[in-house]
Write a protein that binds this ligand. Structure first.
Ligand code: GLN
Length: 480
């Protein structure tokens, strides 16, 4: 059984298509593996019988773990929040429907930070997810369940959402590949909204080839989301073996940023790999990127405060205090239904949008956002990619940062600028490093960002680098 679970998605799909592997047997093996979840990675397992006859397509027979932020018809969808307990959407998100059309099937819904707000999965109303590399540590967030499921051998692949880093950072902390496509590459229809101008869906996989396969299935224009445009020419399996003629920009301004010595070592070793493969390194200036966190933590809460106004105890999920008047019912429902971090963001966002402060905070943050996008644009005139570490540290201990929201927010230092600029970025596992305080070695991710809609080029370069690095994505000590 272990044999088939070790296949990559591309390998399994090829064997199923060639009828060397039964889709049923493969799916059942994964269903069994997922049922043994001891990481709290899943919130719901899908119980409906899978129609193996209808599983034709490039992903025919492939089970996918889906972050519980995607609406799935008739299956509970909570976004990690108590306020959506009992909600069963009447429709399915476009990204999930497209996977389904390619022959894949939902294996289960994965745990996440409430409404995707967080970097450790500790903001889930349903308990934290454990990192399969070290169960005393976080898997990252907000898509921690999806990342842990793939890294921990509970799913062959997964999807998540990334608003400021929620695919890349957990992929980095769990030692797998996570891709945030260009804003607009994949439809947001049926994805529960956090910050609509930033939210984007993407894959979690064990390798770059699988990431390309999932992206190929999900990308595309969708009449249900007017901001979706798809990727011209689609996405093909990457095959590039060298980096000759490609220029990689290393931001001079980020080099001085605080990150762990172990992370720095792996980052520098990866730069060396780039040169060995024929790639060229160049320094680039992103002078406004260091204000990314400040701008993001105004813009994202502002949009969230508006998006989350719909949870009023009338339209979805839970209602509390329904015996009094309407206002009292709203208040009780929202104070009992939302967790601390979500309330903090609603307050921050409402304040930033209030008439007296709109220009000082929201307006200012939007100007910074434009500057950051311009910085990238200028950089991409000189280089093909911009590279950084994905996360300033390896996976931290459960509880280590929960009391200090600012230190939690700093996790997103390297990932937020790309989100604000709307450009694609991938995290690939680049090596292992000891945590600052010592302990077992943990995965370190390497982030590569590209110009908007240059996903194919990004995947090609990532593939070449991945082959050279040869990272073994199997978690060590996953039994302990
Ligand atoms: N960690 C960031 C936040 O808390 C990003 C979350 C995300 O990308 N959904 O907002």
């Amino acid at each position: 059984m272990a044999g088939i679970l070790e296949l990559t998605v591309a390998e399994a799909a090829a064997q199923i298509a060639a009828t060397e592997l039964s889709a049923e047997e493969y799916f059942d093996a994964w269903r069994e593996a997922a049922a043994g979840d001891d990481l709290n990675a899943y919130l719901f397992h899908v119980e409906h019988p899978v129609d193996h006859q209808a599983m034709d397509g490039p992903l025919g027979g492939i089970p996918v773990a889906v972050k519980d932020i995607f609406c799935t018809e008739g299956t509970p969808t909570t976004a990690g929040s108590r306020i959506l307990e009992g909600y069963r959407p009447p429709y399915t998100a476009t990204a999930v429907r497209r996977l389904d059309a390619a022959g894949a099937r939902v294996l289960g819904k994965t745990n996440m930070d409430e409404f995707a707000m967080g970097s450790s999965n500790e903001n889930s109303a349903y308990g934290p997810v454990l990192n399969p590399w070290d169960r005393g540590r976080v898997p990252g967030g907000s898509s921690g369940g999806s990342a842990a499921a793939v890294a921990g051998g509970l799913a062959p692949c997964a999807i998540g959402t990334d608003t400021g880093g929620s695919i890349r950072q957990p992929a980095s902390l769990c030692g797998i590949v996570g891709l945030k496509p260009t804003y607009g590459a994949i439809s947001r229809y049926g994805m529960i909204a956090f910050a609509s101008s930033l939210d984007q869906c993407g894959p979690f996989t064990r390798d770059v080839t699988d990431a390309a396969l999932l992206l190929a299935a999900m990308e595309g224009r969708d009449p249900c989301d007017s901001t979706s445009v798809g990727i011209e020419g689609g996405i093909l399996a990457p095959s590039r073996e060298d980096l000759g003629g490609l220029r990689f920009g290393v931001p001079s301004d980020l080099a001085g940023a605080g990150f762990d010595a172990g992370v720095r070592e792996v980052f520098e070793a990866t730069l060396k790999w780039i040169e060995d493969l024929g790639g060229e390194l160049a320094e680039v200036a992103l002078p406004s990127a260091e204000h990314g966190i400040s701008a993001y933590y105004v813009i994202a809460p502002a949009e969230a405060s508006s998006n989350l106004a719909r949870y009023d105890g009338v339209r979805y999920g839970v209602r509390a205090g329904g015996d009094g008047d309407l206002l009292q019912m709203y208040e009780t429902t929202r104070s009992q239904g939302f967790g601390t971090e979500v309330k903090r963001r609603i307050m921050l966002g409402t304040y930033a949008l209030s008439s007296g402060y709109y220009d000082a905070y929201y307006g200012q943050a939007q100007k910074v956002r434009t500057r950051i996008a311009e910085d990238f644009k200028a950089a991409f005139e000189k280089v093909d990619f911009v590279v950084t570490p994905t996360s300033p540290s390896v996976a931290f201990e459960l509880g280590e940062k929960t009391a200090d929201p600012l230190s939690m927010y700093l996790n997103d230092f390297f990932t937020v600028p790309m989100s604000l600029a709307g450009i694609p970025a991938i995290s690939i596992p680049a090596g292992l490093a000891e945590p600052e305080g010592g302990g077992r070695q943990l995965p370190v991710g390497f982030q590569i960002a590209a110009p908007a809609f240059a996903e194919q080029k990004l995947l090609e370069a990532s593939y070449a680098l991945e082959q050279a690095i040869g990272f073994d994505a199997k978690p060590v000590g996953s039994d302990g």
